[in-house]
Design a protein around this ligand. Structure first.
Ligand code: AMP
Ligand code: MG
Length: 295
């Protein structure tokens, strides 16, 4: 998933949980094998190249259905069907470059919200050329699965942190966790911190993967209407019980921008969040006000 994952267990007898922690890492690796667009045998790769219905795992089905739900609710701002566009920009390979306009238009040709149909675990694409990318949601899902492994072994206080996207199990031995939100324009600085227990915190930011050309920042969160990086935000942080939901919603709100994105956060059940607009101004949902601390 292109990031470092850290699992922490706070428990008097943490040593006995080494096998469980290994199992949680194995679970994350298993999700990556199912959903990576770079592994030819993954569900996502098989689906992307197929021109016939493809049977996928329950896990991939669950993520595709969540993606579709968030896609519909955000009026297409979140789109798991941007695979060819994501490939074209090349952020995942670390060789990102500004594509030709004609290539961007071609990659957008078959992208639409209701492009997949579901019959049990069998998925049919509306257009054979449509490629899937779950990069905006799969990391959150993997975090949820790792937390589930820890919880099933009786662990009550733990965190799973994948490059700043995380989920907390319980509190930190009696007190809330304090989670720093990365400042989008000051490396290593904290914009604010959150006091949380039993929650996921996921951020979409234009500083995570980007390049600059002629004074313009090109980053990895793409607007399906234009095919170019979404311009209205610097970062969106979403808090929710589930990391998968928070992940997809953060990406969607980023594309929607501060105004529509804030409305989207407010109307989505079970999520709160913080949006840093392109001009650096910050807006917070009501539910987050009492949990947030400014430096
Ligand atoms: P995130 O960091 O969760 O916001 O996800 C960004 C990643 O999701 C990108 O690297 C792409 O793989 C993918 N992606 C980019 N734009 C979109 C979009 N509009 N909807 C869904 N996924 C996207
Ligand atoms: Mg996301």
């Amino acid at each position: 998933m292109g990031t470092v994952v850290e699992i922490r267990v706070y428990d008097d007898t943490a040593e006995q949980y080494e096998d469980t922690i290994s199992a949680a890492f194995a679970e994350i690796a298993a999700i990556e094998r199912l959903m990576s667009p770079h592994q030819p045998e993954s569900d996502v790769s098989r689906l992307s190249v197929a021109d016939i219905p493809v049977t996928v795992s329950n896990e991939t089905l669950e993520v595709l259905q969540l993606a579709e739900k968030v896609s519909t609710a955000s009026h297409g701002a979140f789109a798991a069907t941007l695979g060819r566009l994501v490939n074209l920009w090349g952020f995942a390979e670390g060789e990102a470059q500004l594509p030709a306009l004609a290539a961007i238009e071609a990659a957008l040709a078959d992208v639409e919200p209701a492009a997949l149909t579901f019959h049990g675990n069998k998925i049919t694409k509306k257009t054979a050329t449509l490629a899937i990318d779950l990069g905006g949601v799969a990391k959150g899902y993997a975090i949820d699965r790792a937390i589930a492994v820890l919880a099933a072994s009786g662990i009550q206080h733990a965190s799973v942190n994948a490059g700043g996207d995380m989920r907390l199990l319980g509190d930190r031995a009696g007190a809330p966790w304090r989670i720093g939100i990365q400042h989008p324009r000051q490396a290593g600085a904290i914009l604010a911190s959150l006091k949380l227990a039993d929650r996921a915190v996921v951020t979409s930011g234009d500083y995570e993967r980007f390049f600059e050309q002629d004074g313009v920042r090109y980053h990895h969160i793409l607007d399906s209407r234009t095919g170019y990086p979404a311009r209205l935000c610097q970062a969106v942080t979403v808090v929710s019980e589930q990391a998968a939901l928070a992940d997809a919603v953060a990406t969607a709100a980023f594309v929607l921008g501060p105004e529509l994105g804030m409305a989207f956060l407010r109307e989505t059940d079970g999520v709160d969040g913080l949006i840093v607009a392109a001009d650096g101004s910050v807006a917070v949902t009501p539910g987050l006000q009492e949990l947030i601390e400014w430096p």
